[in-house]
Design a protein around this ligand. Structure first.
Ligand SMILES: [Zn+2]
Length: 197
């Protein structure tokens, strides 16, 4: 029975989360910008973001360098300020759908900043952050939605996820991502995308 379930998941391209919180098959660019989740903070929220570095340019590795603290400040006029930040997300989904993991799901990534969801502050404590390579106004690719759906399917099987929200929904005064370009109707997970807390 277990074998048949595994085979079915394998055939439809399902992802698996290992005991240490890493998705098997994802690319790996570890970020040091992470720490332990506070005791009692079970993962219940997924936060969607977008990022591109330089802004609006796709395919380079600067966004992964930002999370790895290896961004070259001289490479772009915006980078000196960015290079001082200590930020991360658990996952990045590139324009071609490639999934990269930067932080174990068991750890707290630093993606949300000052935030609140349904009265709970510090969303980093109880969320998983997923960055879509993109901008607020450029449609995300079909491969990104496919990869995102596979990842959400995996995460929702492992954690009691109650909502999927955008960064703008948990920090509306500061953030706009993933922006109007994100089409929640393309999510196939039973957990709904909620635009508001
Ligand atoms: Zn964001």
């Amino acid at each position: 029975m277990i074998r048949r379930r595994f085979l079915r998941r394998f055939l439809r391209g399902g992802l698996r989360l290992d005991a240490d919180g890493w998705v098997t098959g994802a690319g790996l660019t570890p970020s040091p910008n992470a720490d332990a989740r506070p005791v009692g903070s079970a993962v219940s929220l997924i936060v969607l973001h977008n990022i591109s570095l330089p802004p609006g340019r796709f395919g380079g590795n600067d966004l992964l360098k930002l999370f790895a603290n290896t961004l070259n400040p001289a490479a772009h006029p915006l980078y000196p300020a960015l290079a001082r930040l200590k930020v991360s997300a658990h996952f990045v989904i590139r324009r071609n759908g490639r999934l990269v993991q930067c932080v174990s799901c068991r750890q707290r990534a630093w993606h949300a900043g000052v935030s609140q969801w349904q009265g709970r502050h510090r969303c980093n404590d109880f969320s998983i952050g997923i960055e879509l390579e993109g901008t607020d106004h450029m449609p995300y690719t079909a491969r990104q939605y496919r990869s995102l759906n596979r990842l959400l399917d995996c995460l929702c099987r492992h954690y009691p996820i109650t909502a999927i929200a955008g960064h703008h929904s948990i920090a509306p005064d500061r953030k706009t991502d993933p922006g109007p370009a994100f089409d929640p109707s393309r999510l196939k997970t039973p957990v709904r995308f909620k635009a508001k807390a």
